[in-house]
Design a protein around this ligand. Structure first.
Ligand SMILES: [Zn+2]
Length: 422
C-alpha cells in the first residue's frame, strides 16, 4: 500500500526536522524523506499543511468489554482517528477490568480487527482494581500492556503502590496514578469552592489530589519507579510536580483539555457534561495548569475520553457518572486555547506520550511506521456532537468554534481519516 505525501511541512522536533518536502511510504513504513519523482503512486497533497508524528492519546476509556452501549474498541478507534490520533492507550477499567493476560490479548486482537487507530492497553495495578493485591503485571506485559493504572480508582494503600512502583521497573512500565484521596473526596461531585457552596453540592477539595501526589512522590523517590500523574488539575499538584522534576524524581504528568479550558463555573446549570473526576477546578487552578504546560512541567495532553450513555448523563447531577468524551475536541481545544509553538504541540501530543508509555517510537524518520497526523493550525471549525464518531455524546463542547484541527490521520501508511478540503 504505497503513498506519496507531497509538499507537506514535516515537523518532528525529536529529530530536529522542520522542512517542506515529500514522504514516500511503502509497506506501511516511511521509506524516503525528500523529493520524490514518482508516477503511479497515490498522492496525498499536504501543501500548506503540517505533517507530524502520529498523535498518541494516552488516556482513553474504550468501554469494551462490558459497556458497549457507550463505546466499543471500534467506535473509540474511529473517534480517535477523527480527532487526529493514530494511537490511544486504553485504560483498564472495563467490565471486567484488564487485570490479566487473556484480557490484554483480547483487547490487542480486537483492536487489530476493528480499530483504525492503534490501541495500546494499560493493565490494572491491582486485581479487579480493588487495591488489595497486585494484578498479573508481568504476564500482561508479555501480552502487550504499555503501563499500569487503576484509573478511576486511586491506589489508597501506600504499601501496594510502593510494590507496584518497584515491580513495574522490571518491565520499565510507568505507574499511572489517578490522584485522589478517597477520604477527602468522599461524596463529592464537583470542585469544593464558592460554586459548590452556592449550588448546594458536595465538593471535592483540591487537597484530595495534592495530598495523593505528595505521598506518591515520596514513594517514587524511595523506589526509583517511573511515576505518571494522570489528569492533573490543581495548582498545588502542578507546583509539586515542578519541584519533583527539579530534584530529579522520575515523574511525568498529563493534563486534559477540559482542565485547561473550563472552570467549576461551568457546573452552573447543574450540567452533567461539566461533571468529571478530577472535577473542573477554580480559575486559579486553571491558570496554574496553563503555566505548567507553558514551562514544561506538564508533559502531555490526554483527553480522558470517557463516554457514557445518554440515559446516565440525563440523571440528576448528584447521580450522573463522571466524565466526558474528548478524542475529537482535544487537538482543536489545545490549538485554540494554548496557541503553543507547533514543536511544543507535537511534543505534548506525540513525542512525550511515546516517552511516557512503553512503546516502540515512531516519528519522521526512515523505517518508522507511517503513522502521521496532518494538521492545519489555521482551520476554523465548529464541533458538532451530533456528528461524533463516538457512540456517546457527553461533551460540553458542542457548538464551540475552534481554530486549528487535525485534517487527516494516517496509520500504517493508510489514510484512515480525512477532512473535506476547503
Ligand atoms: Zn480516566
Amino acid at each position: 500500500m504505497d503513498l506519496l505525501i507531497r509538499n507537506g511541512r514535516l515537523v518532528d522536533p525529536g529529530r530536529k526536522i522542520d522542512t517542506v518536502t515529500d514522504i514516500l511510504v511503502r509497506d506501511g513504513k516511511i521509506r524516503k524523506i525528500g523529493q520524490v519523482d514518482s508516477q503511479d503512486i497515490p498522492v496525498f497533497d499536504a501543501a500548506k499543511l503540517i505533517v507530524a508524528p502520529g498523535f498518541f492519546d494516552i488516556h482513553v476509556h474504550l468501554r469494551e468489554p462490558g459497556t458497549e452501549e457507550a463505546e466499543t474498541i471500534a467506535t473509540g478507534g474511529q473517534a480517535a482517528v477523527a480527532g487526529g490520533f493514530t494511537a490511544v492507550a486504553a485504560m483498564p477499567n472495563t467490565k471486567p477490568p484488564n487485570d490479566n493476560p487473556s484480557m490484554t490479548h483480547y483487547i490487542v486482537s480486537e483492536a487489530k480487527r476493528s480499530s483504525p487507530a492503534r490501541v495500546f492497553p494499560i493493565g490494572a495495578i491491582s486485581k479487579d482494581q480493588k487495591g488489595e493485591t497486585l494484578a498479573e503485571i508481568g504476564e500482561m506485559y508479555e501480552a502487550g500492556i504499555v503501563g499500569i493504572s487503576d484509573d478511576g480508582k486511586p491506589v489508597m494503600d501506600a504499601q501496594l503502590f510502593r510494590r507496584a512502583l518497584e515491580y513495574a521497573q522490571l518491565f520499565d512500565l510507568p505507574v499511572i496514578q489517578h490522584c485522589e484521596d478517597l477520604h477527602l473526596s468522599k461524596g463529592g461531585v464537583m470542585h469544593e469552592g464558592v460554586h459548590s457552596t452556592r449550588l448546594g453540592l458536595k465538593g471535592i477539595p483540591a487537597a484530595a489530589e495534592s495530598t495523593m501526589v505528595s505521598r506518591d512522590l515520596i514513594l517514587s523517590q524511595m523506589t526509583g519507579g517511573k511515576y505518571h500523574v494522570a489528569h492533573l488539575s490543581t495548582r498545588q499538584a502542578v507546583e509539586m510536580v515542578r519541584q519533583a522534576k527539579a530534584s530529579g524524581i522520575r515523574i511525568s504528568a498529563e493534563v486534559t483539555p477540559h482542565h485547561f479550558t473550563l472552570t467549576d463555573a461551568a457546573v452552573a446549570e447543574y450540567d452533567t457534561n461539566a461533571k468529571m473526576n478530577p472535577p473542573l477546578r477554580s480559575e486559579d487552578d486553571v491558570a496554574a495548569v496553563v503555566a505548567g504546560i507553558r514551562d514544561g512541567t506538564i508533559d502531555a495532553i490526554a483527553s480522558d475520553h470517557a463516554p457514557h450513555h445518554i440515559n446516565l448523563k440525563m440523571l440528576e447531577f448528584d447521580r450522573a457518572p463522571f466524565g466526558i468524551t474528548g478524542l475529537e475536541t482535544a487537538v482543536g481545544l489545545a490549538f485554540t486555547r494554548l496557541q503553543l509553538p507547533i514543536e511544543r504541540m507535537i511534543d505534548m501530543f506525540s513525542l512525550n506520550p511515546q516517552k511516557i508509555m512503553k512503546v516502540a517510537p515512531w516519528g519522521i524518520f526512515e523505517g518508522s511506521p507511517a503513522d502521521l497526523t496532518i494538521l492545519d493550525p489555521a482551520r476554523k471549525w465548529t464541533f458538532d456532537v451530533v456528528k461524533t464518531r463516538s457512540k456517546s455524546r457527553n461533551s460540553p463542547f458542542h457548538g464551540w468554534e475552534l481554530t486549528g484541527k487535525a485534517v487527516a490521520t494516517i496509520v500504517g501508511g493508510k489514510v484512515v481519516h480525512e477532512e473535506k478540503r476547503l
